[in-house]
Write a protein that binds this ligand. Structure first.
Ligand code: FES
Length: 104
């Protein structure tokens, strides 16, 4: 068993399988809260920052390169639906943009 910490979701900690598992799958199953739409590497909604445990993530996929730059990968950004984790990681993501018409 390993642990995933969802920093943006009040540091929620959940147990994750020991075998490599999609970060988005863990987030959906455990209500971690990473935003997503397509789940297939197309929309770019699931961008997230691996703040700890980058060594427990797998290789960057070609689909991720359509949405993230080398500088972002270097900083730890990944796409949750394309990233498999096999060990403890901590992840954050940008809060949703304000709705049109809401106060800044
Ligand atoms: S959910 Fe659409 S790219 Fe990951």
């Amino acid at each position: 068993m390993s642990q995933v910490t969802f920093i943006t979701n009040a540091n929620k900690v959940v147990a994750a399988p020991a075998e490599p598992t999609s970060l988005l799958r863990i987030s959906i199953r455990e209500k971690g809260g990473i935003p997503f739409k397509c789940g297939g590497g197309l929309c770019g909604t699931c961008k997230c920052l691996i703040e700890q445990g980058r060594e427990h993530t797998d290789a960057i996929k070609p689909k991720e390169r359509k949405h993230l730059s080398e500088a972002q990968f270097a900083a730890g950004w990944r796409m949750a639906c394309q990233t498999f984790v096999s060990g403890d990681v901590s992840v954050s993501w940008p809060p949703p943009p304000p709705k049109p018409g809401s106060p800044a």
